[in-house]
Design a protein around this ligand. Structure first.
Ligand SMILES: [Zn+2]
Length: 71
């Protein structure tokens, strides 16, 4: 992946952020806020964030097909 100037999505909190920014501690995968969080805690945030993303996708699917039969 080329490091362009499009906004990144933070893996831990889901925030959209610009990368790279001069003077910002943000990394390719984490926004400035989450970079300051200890790695162990960030791991938990990433897990929760991925669950939220999953739920959002599920919700979107349900909204598209309200009468979808589930197994
Ligand atoms: Zn973040």
């Amino acid at each position: 992946m080329p490091s362009g100037e499009r906004p990144r999505t933070c893996r831990a909190c889901g925030k959209k952020f610009e990368y790279p920014i001069k003077g910002s501690a943000a990394t390719r995968h984490h926004c400035e806020d989450c970079v300051a969080v200890p790695a162990e805690t960030r791991k938990v945030l990433e897990r929760l964030s991925s669950r939220v993303t999953q739920l959002e996708n599920q919700l979107r699917r349900l909204q598209e097909k309200p009468a979808a039969p589930t197994a």
